[in-house]
Design a protein around this ligand. Sequence first.
Ligand SMILES: Nc1ncnc2c1ncn2[C@@H]1O[C@H](COP(=O)(O)OP(=O)(O)OP(=O)(O)O)[C@@H](O)[C@H]1O
Length: 599
Amino acid sequence: MGFRPGGGPQHAGVPKVRSKNASGTMRRIWGYLKQQRQALFWVILCTVLTSVFALLGPYLIGRMIDDYVMPKQFDGFVRMGMILLGVYLLSALFTWFQQYMASSLSQNTVRDMREDLFNQYQRLPVQFFDQKTHGELMSRTTNDISNVSNTLNQTVVQLISSVLMLVGSLVMMLTLSLWMTLITMLTIPLVAFITKRISKYMRHYFSEQQKQLGEVNGFVQENISGLKVVKVFGREEKAVEQFREINERLRAIGVKAQSLSGSMGPMMNTMRNISFLVIAVFGAVFAYHDMITVGVIVSFLNYSNQFSQPINQLANQYNMFQSAIAGAERVFEVLDLEPEISDDTAPKSQQALIHGEVVFEDVCFGYKPEVDVLKGVSLHAHPGQMIALVGPTGAGKTTVINLLTRFYDIRSGRITIDGEDIQQLDKQALRQQIGLVLQDAYVFSGTIRDNIRYGRLDATDREVEEAARLANADVFIRKLPRGYDTELSAEGSNLSQGQRQLLTIARAVLANPCILILDEATSSVDTRTELHIQEAMKTLMKGRTSFVIAHRLSTIQEADAILVIQDGQITEQGTHDQLIARNGFYNHMYQNQFAASAQ
Ligand SMILES: Nc1ncnc2c1ncn2[C@@H]1O[C@H](COP(=O)(O)OP(=O)(O)OP(=O)(O)O)[C@@H](O)[C@H]1O
């Protein structure tokens, strides 16, 4: 459910279908609801039953007064009282069950939606995530979905019961007295008019409040994320001052929104009392002329309440519906994106790729159609070779890697591995052959053992520890109080950056890929750790084709080939000695770094 296979890779991440109309969105929500047939059936049945009981109550009270209270028949009065009690108790029971089933209906539905959304996140191409902020994606998975859930929970029940109560009380009133029905209806337009006016203001204030709340959240998040920068630049007071302003705006709009919504209840009460008074006065006049009985007046007092309530509820529901539809639309927008295609061609077996000969032939690529980032790049990496990519920032080094891993697809040219065009390979099978050690070493919450095992899920404990030993990580892990079972906190903040890198190297060792990508993995750690990391890297690179992006030229002097990339083109290539002898850009970079480190 929710996925749309098919289509070409060049359209990946581009919206295919967008149902920007409410009825289309509702149909899709209905598609989810339909799957909970049993819960839906119970919710509808219970709602119908509670509505019928609620309609029966006032009628029975009227009958009790006319048939037993006025003629002073005590037995009948008690009997009728018991029946009424039974009706109210049954009504309470069904209401409870109805609420329970409505909650499961909405919770099951949003669970399915969340699951579809998360599955879709796993399948969307890297390009999609490069274009969206994490906060925005988080908000789709949490806020938008909870909007849908809240509405589903209340709306399904209230919509059915409102319509039933509206029609039911009208029918009951008409059977009792036409004139009294007309008088009761007199007050309705006034109530509806006032409610509509207040709701309009309330909607405006509440949406403004949400906006201000968003500003407060955004400001707090930014300040916490950038806490160190704020402190280093001594901007604490400025931040407090700015926060005070935003906070004050939220307070002011909050007062308006809350006070208006708070006054809604008492105002409706007053209207209801006036309506009661009108019914009582006219009812008394009619009763005086023997046109109706006292019991009918009492029934009408109750029905007038039951008649006006659903009107207000339906109006409120409409607003809630709007916000749920908006939330659902934002969720469906992501679900409608074309997932990254696992290719049409049959996946090659993993064994077919074990040599690791990588060739780029005249590869051109740009992230946007109008900008070329790589302009005809050709390179040849023989199995087991170490290839270093160097060049100024923004030259296109990471882009070469993005193409090799097929996070993005080339515009023209060809990339082959062991002679196979990678466009013809299954993406998953291709990526299984590639190990990635990034500068920003990523660890997941869980134990150290779990984190290393992420490289190969079926690895035994011994294999995990062996990988850690080869990656020089074993020593520091054993020094931790709980060793391999140490739980890592959010994003591994209880480890140093160097330690996190050693873990990701161990992970790559365990995965045992034939091609390795090391992206600036040795920056910003102390010299001793750097030595550890370099040693681990060397072990890891042995027998594998490796691509190393390094800013420190000292780490790549042993590379089989160094490629200098400038402005999307390879301008120089050769070994360290050859490039130094060439006295070009590389030599210039090297001399600069050498001079800087000598100082
Ligand atoms: N996801 C993206 N969308 C659009 N443009 C991008 C994207 N990623 C990179 N670019 C652009 O492509 C060009 C090459 O970027 P790339 O990351 O390959 O450079 P790099 O050589 O790795 O730089 P650095 O050494 O600073 O990491 C840059 O101009 C960059 O702005």
